[in-house]
Design a protein around this ligand. Structure first.
Ligand code: AVI
Length: 320
């Protein structure tokens, strides 16, 4: 196995914890309380997200997989052979092999902030593709990354599935696309998944499933604050809310207080009135026009779009 490239060795996890504390304290101090969605993904949160991806109501994952499978031949022709696949975020066990099997890549470089997650997701790929150079990079993909020297001469294909771009507000999403362009370089390709605007009932059900897994995922953030930031949030007094914001074309997740509550986090006092919420996530949805506009703003020219028959999800190939 190739060596793991680490951008910042020890300081990284201290910085990470300090950043969590700062984001939570700042977010709870606002008039409209909000915490960035990236903090959902501790070990438990990542497990719950994996469970979400197989829920009957949560269509995005299986729809994207079906698009990649069904249009594999066309995607391979549009991409061409011999590209180094640079995946932003550790790959999923289903999506990454689907792409790698389809396109005859020259190498695979997953970039993820969590070294543990990277190692876990790489091991089966190393076993499955013994001849493929695999070079994981432990880094925040929101910052321009240095790609492994061994693969620096081949053309690149960025891979950013799952509509993860949708969890960013437009300005941040644009910045991220520009950073990806900087990491990959001019002439590179990007294969990106975007969830589409659709019937409101389908959208809200996907974010408020009957089994309550998404509710648990949302509430885990409050548990995580209690665990890691010495918090006393009465989690049973919070309830999961998923609402469609039509003006901004996004699903919002909130934690809503069932009664007036007061609690502490990292030695600071906070209160929520009954009905007040902590806004925990945005999941933007796109159509062809808004998806194109976002990509162009980020420095990427859309070349092909693939969709499922019900037009629920789209996979776009763009060029830098
Ligand atoms: C990771 N991300 C694309 C998911 C989404 O659909 O926005 C996160 C998620 N939140 C609730 N369910 C799934």
């Amino acid at each position: 196995t190739a060596a793991l490239i680490r951008e910042e060795p020890q300081a990284a996890s201290d910085t990470f914890h300090a950043q969590f504390r700062q984001d939570v304290l700042a977010g709870l101090s606002q008039a409209r309380k909000a915490i960035p969605a990236r903090w959902f993904y501790d070990h438990r949160g990542s497990e719950l997200f994996e469970q979400i991806t197989v829920l009957p109501e949560y269509y995005p994952t299986r729809t994207e997989v079906s698009i990649l499978a069904e249009h594999c031949g066309e995607i391979a022709r549009a991409v061409g052979p011999g590209r180094v696949v640079v995946e932003f975020g550790a790959g999923s066990a289903t999506k990454t092999p689907l792409l790698l099997d389809c396109i005859a890549p020259a190498g695979y470089v997953p970039i993820d902030i969590s070294g543990d997650f990277l190692r876990e997701s790489c091991a089966p790929l190393v076993a499955r593709y013994p001849d493929l150079p695999i070079h994981p990079v432990e880094a925040d993909f929101g910052e321009p990354a240095r790609l492994p020297a061994a693969l620096s001469l081949q053309p690149r294909l960025g891979f950013f599935p799952g509509s993860t771009i949708g969890n960013m507000e437009p300005a941040a999403a644009t910045d991220l696309l520009r950073t990806m362009r900087a990491t990959l370089g001019a002439g590179s390709l990007l294969l990106i998944g975007m969830d589409r605007i659709k019937d409101e009932a389908v959208l809200t059900a996907a974010y408020d499933d009957a089994q309550g897994v998404t509710a648990e995922f949302n509430l885990n953030l409050a548990h995580r604050i209690n665990r890691e930031l010495d918090g006393s949030i009465p989690v049973e007094a919070l309830q999961h809310r998923a609402v469609w914001n039509e003006a901004r074309a996004r699903i919002e997740m909130h934690l809503e207080a069932r009664r007036d509550i007061a609690f502490e986090v990292a030695g600071r006092s906070f209160a929520l009135e009954r009905g007040e919420t902590i806004h925990t996530e945005n999941s933007h949805k796109y159509d062809e026009r808004s998806g194109t506009t976002l990509l162009l703003a980020g420095g990427w020219e859309p070349r092909h779009t693939w969709m499922d028959a019900d037009r629920r999800f789209m996979v776009i190939l763009a060029q830098a």
